[in-house]
Design a protein around this ligand. Structure first.
Ligand code: DX5
Ligand code: ZN
Length: 219
């Protein structure tokens, strides 16, 4: 099943609660929360206190994408704040395996994220422990960037790797996805689709989510 994960990075933060309700009622499957520290990526966004606040008013699965250095320092805080899934970047810590164990210890889903230029081999020894792998299809840091076409082949290779391994691991895609290219990534093997600007900057959020779900199967 294809899942749509709207990214609140492109929401209007002055009315964040309403903006989350909009996608929750509009058919979102997960809520993608982009955490940036101004070091791992050249942008700063939100931290655990905001996650804790929005947790009170939403039942959506919270998919927390940590684009921060040394994520091991903050995993416990984000779990306490209400994360259901935590993604850490393999490029952001010397201790990827340790971070995954820290996440799993809390009984929530663990995911690793790969920048566009990071080769897939880095996940080889982690497959047993992962619930999801996030392939960045833009360089992380900002919403509204263009999809990098070379990522389609990378998605296909990851799909093959996971099929060969014979384990169910979700393939999440993040960056530059819209109604115009969703079929391309789902055809390649992705099943959890993040979209920020395509959803929040559209005229009708619910229509865009349902259109994305419909087009995801049209290939
Ligand atoms: C980028 C973030 C994305 C971002 C995607 O670093 O990880 O989640 O919100 O935005 P769009 O869908 O606009 O490319
Ligand atoms: Zn993200």
């Amino acid at each position: 099943m294809i899942k749509i994960a709207p990214s609140i990075l492109s929401a209007d933060f002055a009315k964040l609660g309403e903006q989350i309700e909009l996608v929750e009622k509009g058919g979102a499957d997960l809520l993608h929360i982009d955490v940036m520290d101004g070091h791992f990526v050249p942008n700063i966004t939100i931290g655990p206190p905001v996650v804790e606040c929005i947790r009170k008013s939403s039942k959506l699965e919270f998919d927390v994408h940590l684009m921060i250095e040394n994520p091991e320092k903050y995993i416990d805080n984000f779990v306490k704040a209400g994360a259901d899934i935590i993604s850490i970047h393999v490029e952001s810590t010397k201790h990827v395996h340790r971070c995954i164990q820290m996440i799993k210890k809390h009984g929530i889903k663990a995911c690793v994220s790969l920048n566009p230029s990071t080769p897939l081999e880095v996940v080889d020894h982690l497959l047993d422990d992962l619930d999801m792998i996030l392939l960045m299809t833009v360089n992380p840091g900002f919403g509204g960037q263009a999809y990098i076409p070379a990522m389609t082949a990378k998605i296909e290779s990851l799909k093959k790797k996971i099929s060969d391994y014979k384990k169910q691991i979700d393939i999440q895609i993040d960056g530059g996805i819209s109604v115009d290219n969703i079929y391309q990534v789902t055809k390649a093997g992705a099943n959890v689709i993040v979209a920020g600007s395509a959803i929040y900057k559209s005229d009708n959020v619910a229509d865009t989510i349902s259109k994305m779900k419909e087009l995801a199967y049209r290939w």
